[in-house]
Design a protein around this ligand. Structure first.
Ligand code: HEM
Length: 484
């Protein structure tokens, strides 16, 4: 027994010394970057819930300024909201790979565009780009318009009652319907209460992986399987998502093989682009269509919900928007085209400001593939660069009075922030491939809502933000709507 204890003490001591040596070596290289001293083996003590995580980054940026270093276990993270450092990382063609944080999504997203690395990522990115060509977005635009009409009906029912609603309940179904149709080429009609199992499974699964990603212990597969009460739900949700996706892909494959796909269809959805033009096998089609669904669903939902919530508090902004829309469309939504949507300058300012103020993707990460020099600091290979987009967008030197929601910041007559101080869609080779898709969708539906309704605040509505992969609102998005 004594010998066993002795052996354990020796092993722990060796591991401890090894840990200290690694941390010491890296700390020496980055001694100019401040940061909290790590707890042996654990590194920085991560909070256990998404709201404390948000506060943790608030506190770190207040205490250490734009850049600090942090250990998670023995993995070194340089956490930054410095536009210069962010620019060098985002622009790089070398440091394009993601960190382990993203692996949590692999059971569903496999090795698709969001997580894949190196040559596989390059090849897939090339195959997917044609789906976001201007002419294809024009086709998606028809889907946005059609689903907006259903949304207006659903919201109209609530406006008649003039009761408090959580915007998320309606917006999430709208966003899901359009992204599912754009990815898979089929109408899911979730706004009319069809396919509820599928959307619920995607919601549940997404929630679980986002909370896992930032949990100290749930990140580890074995601990998650053995001890987390979420594991069963994780598995059953994934089974449903898997089943539906595979069935859609099989049906589409059959359609192709039977020659039932018309020319127009071939140009409308990602699945057609991947199967017909790129000749990708079914597992590749699975990866990319599901990656798009994942990347495009919650991001646009979150953006739209925050837009409505912020607009509810700003009648002046709503009225200015309404005037612009009236002038452009003469109160006839059927006149809305891809071109006149892009001509509305104030609408553009409002959406830009919302993406700054409530950046839906609060942070992203890259791993350094080789030593990386900036100024007189050499960041060692293997370091994770955590880019704090949410906090970058509220640095006072880039944005005076950052806690104010003010679309005038993006009025072209006013001084604009440095290019890499505004990156809600990331930038460089690994930027968001769906940026134009997302902006067109958001602008279409906001235009439609503002034409039809006045959005009012709910008295006493509280806002508490969390970092759950995406920006998360604890109390949802309470608003009231009234017909114009
Ligand atoms: C307002 C809505 C959106 C925001 C704020 C947003 C933001 C981002 C950001 C910040 C990234 C970089 C992620 C990283 O480096 O880890 C990204 C990547 C990506 N986004 Fe979006 N996104 C939005 C909507 C969409 C939509 C609608 C789609 C698809 C239709 C989409 C598809 C993707 C894909 C596939 C990637 C991975 C690209 C790659 O690694 O090559 N996103 N997005």
């Amino acid at each position: 027994m004594g010998a066993l204890i002795g052996l354990i003490v020796v092993i722990v001591s060796i591991l401890f010394l090894d840990w200290c040596y690694k941390v010491y070596k890296r700390n020496k290289q980055l001694e100019k970057i401040p940061g909290p001293w790590p707890i042996p083996f654990f590194g920085y003590k991560l909070p256990t819930n998404v709201f404390d995580l948000m506060r943790m980054f608030d506190d770190l940026t207040k205490k250490y300024g734009k850049t600090c270093k942090l250990y998670i276990g023995e993995s070194l993270h340089v956490v930054t909201c410095d536009a210069n450092l962010i620019e060098q990382v985002m622009k790089s063609n070398v440091h394009i790979n993601k960190t382990k944080l993203y692996d949590i999504s692999k059971p569903w997203l496999k090795d698709g565009l969001i997580v894949s690395a190196g040559d596989k990522w390059r090849q897939r990115r090339k195959l997917c780009i044609p789906s976001f060509h201007f002419s294809v977005i024009k086709n998606f635009f028809k889907i946005f318009k059609r689903s907006s009409e259903t949304l207006i009906k659903r919201l109209g029912e609530q406006a008649d009652k003039y009761v408090e609603i959580d915007a998320r309940e309606f917006i999430s179904k709208f966003s899901f319907e359009v992204i599912a149709e754009s990815s898979f080429g089929i109408r899911m009609n979730v706004q009319n209460d069809e396919n509820q199992d599928y959307i619920k499974s995607v919601d549940k699964y997404t929630e679980i992986i986002f909370t896992r990603a930032f949990s100290v212990w749930k990140r580890f597969d074995i601990l998650f399987k053995l001890f987390s009460e979420d594991f069963k739900m994780h598995k059953s949700s994934l089974d449903i998502i898997d089943g539906v996706s595979k069935k859609i892909i099989q049906n589409k494959r059959d359609e192709y093989e039977n020659g039932n796909v018309t020319e127009i269809k071939k140009n409308t959805s990602l699945i057609d682009q991947l199967m017909h033009n790129a000749k990708l096998p079914d597992d590749g089609v699975y990866e990319e269509t599901n990656n798009f669904l994942f990347a495009g669903y919650d991001t646009t939902t979150t953006s739209l919900c925050f837009t409505l919530f912020e607009l509810s508090k700003r009648m002046d902004v709503q009225e200015k928007l309404y005037e612009e829309i009236k002038l452009t469309l003469n109160n006839d939504f059927s006149k809305l085209s891809h071109e006149n949507l892009n001509s509305m300058k104030y609408l553009d300012q409002v959406i830009k400001e919302m993406l700054r103020f409530r950046s839906p993707v609060p942070l992203i990460e890259r791993v350094l593939e080789e030593d990386f020099k900036l100024g007189d600091i050499i960041y060692p290979k293997g370091t994770a660069i955590t880019m704090l987009l949410y906090w970058l967008h509220r640095q006072e030197d880039y944005y005076p009075d950052p806690e104010k929601f003010d679309p005038e910041r993006f009025n072209a007559d006013n001084p604009q922030p440095p290019t890499f101080a505004y990156v809600p869609f990331s930038a460089g080779p690994r930027n968001c491939i769906g940026k134009n898709y997302a902006l067109t969708e958001i602008k279409t539906v906001i235009t439609r809502i503002i034409m039809e309704f006045i959005i009012e605040p709910v008295v006493g509505a509280k806002l508490e933000l969390g970092l759950a992969g995406l920006l998360y609102s604890k109390y949802g998005f309470p608003i009231k709507i009234k017909k114009r």
